[in-house]
Write a protein that binds this ligand. Structure first.
Ligand code: ADP
Length: 483
């Protein structure tokens, strides 16, 4: 079992109070690592280091930054086996999702390597004679990243790479459930790639101790932006705090993602798409489908096939070959999912598949007739639970899909892609996939939510979030003034 240190100003350091905490394996319940229990003092040192590193990083020529990102991508690829093993041990992540995380991270790093060459502004005509006017993009300063445990590794990379590529420096606070794969491992790889000291700093903390670290982020003037991925409840707290502190915040939050299956769909394909969308990573991805809306004529056949498919998904040790359903992240998460399913069933929902725990895993579950009062009817479960609902037609499907406070991702399966495209444009979500399911991430595409699913977009479009636009004019001749 390894003992880790925090990464601040290019140094591996112990927590200022010299305390450690146990990082638990969610499948075995054993301690997989010992991690520093950082405090506000550590966050303060990390902000200092990021602020000190900012001027040189912001001024570094794009070719030099490019080389660093490309080296980091190569290291992620070289260390893929080790990352996969750590993701299984720390987050219960099975091989399929680990592969997705590693591939997406390397693609992100390789694409971000070129963002230093994106046009850095515009020349805009001025009406003032002899005046040349520019709108110039420039980095904003220190960005504080707060990352989650679910897509631990890829989301940590996304949290840091987007701001870094546009010339900002970072303090990353990973989730206490995944301090290694969502934080310290990223620091190790960036250190090995040769990123200068202070460009990325990682502060870890024991369960329940996020707030003092966030306090430091909000109270320090050097921190100009909070880049957060996590639940809508926490996002709301952070947005309120950011409002008071007048700091920017970028929020990638939860979803209640619908998958619509129209009557003309290829049902075999639709069943595969729904099984993947609902149960990949045991339903612990913000983009998992939470509700499948099926046009009435094909509902019974579709549900019968999906139920068989779900019940056959292999559950168990995430490190074992072929496992699809690993453990939920903590016993508390397992209790929450069990409680919410039981509550829906007590209120009249019918269990078509699953509906109970299997050790630290929860069986892939499909519920029908879920009453509107049950939490699962309209809130994300963060477990392998899918609500099935028949709809009379595509109009009703769109209406039900939009009847949620969330708006992250949606999928719509039909053999008529033109009709699918027209319907997609009416769905209130940041991402809609026609003839595909709800889970996708391509670094060049603008992933992000609307409504309670968040603000801001990842990828090159995040330039708007992670740069300031500065208006500069130069005047070639003296002008006149009205007083
Ligand atoms: P989950 O409930 O699934 O763990 P959260 O949104 O609570 O999701 O966690 C995502 C990240 O937000 C983690 O890094 C966690 O430590 C952090 N976090 C949780 N609560 C707060 C808070 N009040 N202030 C700052 N960060 C927080």
């Amino acid at each position: 079992m390894r003992e880790y240190q925090q990464y601040i100003g290019g140094q591996w350091t112990r927590a200022s109070a010299d305390r450690m905490f146990d990082d638990l394996d969610p499948y075995r319940g054993t301690v997989m690592a010992r991690v520093p229990a950082g405090t506000r003092a550590d966050a303060a040192r990390a902000v200092d280091a990021a602020a000190a590193a900012f001027p040189a990083w912001a001024a570094m020529p794009p070719a030099q930054r490019q080389a660093l990102f490309l080296r980091a991508a190569d290291i992620v690829e070289r260390r893929a086996g080790e990352i996969t093993a750590l993701l299984a041990q720390e987050t219960g992540c099975a091989g399929g999702f680990a592969g997705f995380q590693i591939l997406t991270a390397t693609r992100l790093l390789r694409q971000a390597a070129n963002w230093g060459y994106l046009p850095a502004g515009e020349v805009i005509r001025s009406d003032v004679p002899d005046t040349f006017a520019l709108a110039l993009r420039r980095p904003i300063g220190v960005v504080a990243g707060i990352s989650p445990w679910n897509g631990a590794h890829v989301l940590a990379w996304r949290t840091v790479v987007n701001p870094l590529a546009f010339g900002n420096t970072m303090v990353l606070k990973p989730s206490e459930e995944a301090p290694v794969t969502a934080g310290l491992l990223v620091a190790e790889i960036m250190a090995e790639a040769g990123f200068p000291a202070g460009v990325l700093n990682v502060v870890t903390h024991a369960p329940g101790d996020a707030v003092p670290i966030a306090d430091e982020f909000f109270e320090r003037p050097e921190v100009r932006c909070i880049n957060f991925t996590g639940s809508s409840a926490t996002g709301r707290i952070l947005a309120e705090r950011a409002g008071r502190a007048l700091k920017r915040c970028v929020l990638e939050l939860g979803g209640y993602n619908p998958l619509i299956v129209l009557a003309d769909a290829d049902l075999d394909y639709a069943v595969e798409a729904a099984a993947f969308a609902a149960f990949f990573h045991s339903g612990q991805i913000c983009m998992n489908a939470r509700k499948v809306l099926v046009e009435q004529p094909v509902y019974d056949t579709f549900i019968e096939r999906l139920t068989a498919r779900a019940s056959a998904l292999p559950a168990g040790d995430p490190a074992a070959e072929g496992t699809v359903i690993g453990p939920l992240i903590t016993p508390a998460a397992l209790d929450r999912v069990s409680r919410e399913v039981d509550e829906a069933v007590a209120a009249g929902a019918k269990v078509l598949a699953g509906g109970s725990a299997d050790g630290p895993c929860y069986r892939p579950t499909i519920l029908a007739d879920v009453p509107a009062g049950a939490r699962i009817h309209s809130e994300e479960t963060f477990g392998p639970v899918l609500v099935a609902q028949p709809v009379a037609n595509a109009e009703e499907a769109v209406a039900v899909a939009n009847a949620t406070r969330y708006g992250l991702s949606a999928g719509l399966i039909t053999s008529d892609s033109q009709r699918g495209f027209a319907l997609a444009r009416r769905i209130e979500a940041g991402v809609v996939h026609v003839n595909d399911q709800t889970i996708a991430d391509e670094p060049q595409l603008p992933l992000g939510g609307i409504k309670d699913s968040g603000w801001g977009r990842s990828g090159p479009h995040s330039m708007a979030d992670f740069t300031e636009l500065q208006w500069i004019t130069t005047r070639d001749a003296a002008g006149s003034f009205p007083i």
